[in-house]
Design a binder for this molecule. Structure first.
Ligand code: PA5
Length: 447
C-alpha cells in the first residue's frame, strides 16, 4: 500500500498551542458534516466532494479523446483562465520533464492561452504555432469569459486558415456548460466534440473534471492514478470526525488560529521549481474562496531555495504578518550525486558523494529553524514523492481544507463576487452594449 501525504504542526507549536488546534479542528467537524449533508453556505457547489468516484465513468471518453489529439497533432493549446487552466498547468508542470521541449523523441507539447490579454504573448504564440501541427482544447464554464473567448477567436481563425474549417473542427474540443453560454453555441454550430463542466462545480474546484483531466491526459500523464490518489484522500478525510487524524481539519484549524495571532499572509513554500504552478493553483483556490467580506488569509507563494535569495530576507526579518505552509517532497524521482574534485578549489568536497536532495533537505530544515527563530510559524505538509497519486491526494486535501477553512471564517467558499468589478469597468471602457452609462461615469472619473 502507498503511503500518504501528512501534516506536521511541530513548527507551529511556539505560536499556537497544539491543544487549541485540536480543539478548533474538533469543533470544525460540524463544517465537515454540513459539507457532506449539503446544508452549508454555497451548497449548490459541492459536486467536487464526490468527484473521485463520479468522474470514473468519463475515463474512457477522456482517454479516447486524448489519444485522438495525440495522434493527429504534436501540440495542444489549452485555452482557459483561473480554474479553467491552473489545475492542469499545475499537474503538468509538476510531473513532466523540466526540459520536455528539448526531449527526443518529442513529447506532445501543451501550451496555454486565454489566461491573459497580452498582445505580445498571443503574437509570439501564433508565431510558434505557424510551424506546429496543433489542436485546441477551449475551456470556459460560463462560456463568456473575455480572455479565453478572445484567445479562442484568434486561434480558431488561425487554425481554420492553416488546416481548413472541417479539419479544424476535428481538432477543437470544447469544455463548457451543458447548455448555456456562447462557447456551447459555438461548439454546437461547428460540431466540436464537447465535455461538460457540471453545474455544481466551480472553476477552482474543477481540476478533477474534464477541465483538468483532458489536458493532463493529452500531456501523457496517468489520470486514473491522479484520481485514485484523490479518492484515497477522500476516504481518509471526508467523513473522518477524529480531528487529530484528519489532516484537512488540522490544517484548516491551524491556519485560522495563526491568523488570529495577526499573521494574515500565508506563503506556500516548495523546494522544487516543479511545484511553482501548484502554488498558483493553491493561491487561486484559497484566494478566491476566502478573500471576501473584508476577511481571509492572503495566499502567497515562493520557490525555495531560489526565493531565499530574494523574498527570504523579508520573510526572515520584515513585517511579522507571515506564516508558511511548506510542502516537503521526500524522494526525488532521479538520482544525482555530487562529484569529488581532486584539488577542492571550490571547497565543496565536504559534500562530495552526497545526493543533491540531501543538500536541499538540509536547506529546508535550516530554513524552518531560521524562520521559526524569525517568528514565522511553519506548517509542514509531507509528500513522499511527486507523482500522480500524491498530487491527487494533495488536490483533494487542499480542496476540502479550503472549504472547511472558509466555513470557519464564515464566508461562502464557493462564490467569487469580487471578480466582476474589473470586468464591468473593462466592458464600460470598451463601450460594450449595455454598459454605456457606466462608461460615461468612468470616463468622467478619468478626466
Ligand atoms: O474559480 C472560478 O470560478 C474562476 O476562477 C473561473 O474558473 C474563471 O473565472 C474562469 O471562468 P470560466 O471557466 O467561466 O471562463
Amino acid at each position: 500500500m502507498k503511503e500518504s501525504i501528512s501534516i506536521s504542526l511541530k513548527n507551529t507549536g511556539g505560536f499556537v498551542p497544539y491543544e487549541e488546534v485540536i480543539a478548533l479542528a474538533q469543533q470544525s467537524v460540524r463544517h465537515l458534516e454540513s459539507l457532506n449533508a449539503g446544508t452549508g453556505t454555497g451548497n449548490d457547489f459541492l459536486g467536487w466532494l464526490s468527484l473521485p468516484d463520479d468522474i470514473i465513468q468519463q475515463f474512457s471518453k477522456l482517454e479516447k479523446t486524448a489519444m485522438h489529439l495525440r495522434s493527429i497533432s504534436d501540440t495542444t493549446v489549452v485555452i482557459g483562465i483561473g480554474g479553467s487552466y491552473l489545475g492542469s498547468k499545475a499537474v503538468i508542470e509538476a510531473l513532466t520533464h523540466t526540459f520536455s521541449r528539448e526531449l527526443k523523441p518529442k513529447h506532445h507539447e501543451i501550451l496555454f492561452a486565454g489566461h491573459n490579454i497580452c498582445e505580445d504573448y498571443m503574437a509570439d504564440l501564433l508565431e510558434i504555432l505557424g510551424s506546429k501541427n496543433y489542436s485546441i482544447i477551449v475551456i470556459s464554464k460560463s462560456g463568456t469569459t473575455t480572455e479565453p473567448a478572445l484567445a479562442f477567436r484568434i486561434l480558431k481563425d488561425h487554425l481554420e486558415k492553416k488546416v481548413g474549417k472541417p479539419a479544424a473542427a476535428d481538432r477543437i474540443i470544447a469544455i463548457t456548460d451543458s447548455s448555456r453560454g456562447a462557447l456551447r453555441t459555438l461548439a454546437e454550430t461547428n460540431g466540436y466534440e464537447t465535455f461538460v463542466i457540471p453545474d455544481n462545480i466551480g472553476g477552482r474546484y474543477s481540476v478533477l473534471t474534464p477541465v483538468g483531466l483532458l489536458p493532463i491526459a493529452v500531456s501523457g500523464l496517468d489520470i486514473k492514478t491522479l484520481v485514485k490518489g484523490a479518492k484515497s484522500m477522500e476516504e481518509m478525510i471526508r467523513k473522518n470526525k477524529i480531528a487529530s487524524t484528519n489532516p484537512a481539519l488540522m490544517y484548516a484549524a491551524a491556519r485560522n488560529l495563526i491568523l488570529q495571532t495577526g499573521r494574515s499572509v500565508e506563503i506556500l513554500v516548495g523546494f522544487t521549481p516543479k511545484l511553482h504552478y501548484f502554488s498558483e493553483w493553491w493561491k487561486q483556490l484559497f484566494g478566491e474562496s476566502e478573500g471576501k467580506e473584508g476577511k481571509g488569509i492572503f495566499p502567497a507563494s515562493v520557490d525555495f531555495t531560489t526565493d531565499l535569495h530574494s523574498l527570504g530576507q523579508y520573510i526572515q526579518e520584515g513585517k511579522r504578518i507571515l506564516f508558511e505552509t511548506m510542502i516537503s517532497v521526500k524522494n526525488p524521482k532521479k538520482k544525482l550525486t555530487i562529484p569529488l574534485e581532486k584539488d577542492d578549489s571550490d571547497q565543496l568536497n565536504y559534500l562530495a558523494g552526497k545526493r543533491l536532495s540531501e543538500v536541499n533537505h538540509n536547506a529546508e530544515t535550516g530554513t524552518v529553524l531560521a524562520h521559526n527563530d524569525g517568528n514565522v510559524p511553519v506548517i509542514n505538509i509531507n509528500v513522499p514523492e511527486l507523482d500522480e497519486y500524491y498530487l491527487g491526494q494533495l488536490i483533494y486535501f487542499f480542496e476540502l481544507s479550503c472549504a472547511v477553512s472558509g466555513y470557519i471564517l464564515d464566508v461562502n467558499p464557493f462564490d467569487q463576487p469580487g471578480v466582476e468589478a474589473y470586468k464591468k469597468n473593462m466592458f464600460a471602457l470598451l463601450n460594450k452594449t449595455g454598459f454605456e452609462e457606466a462608461g460615461k461615469k468612468l470616463k468622467e472619473r478619468l478626466k
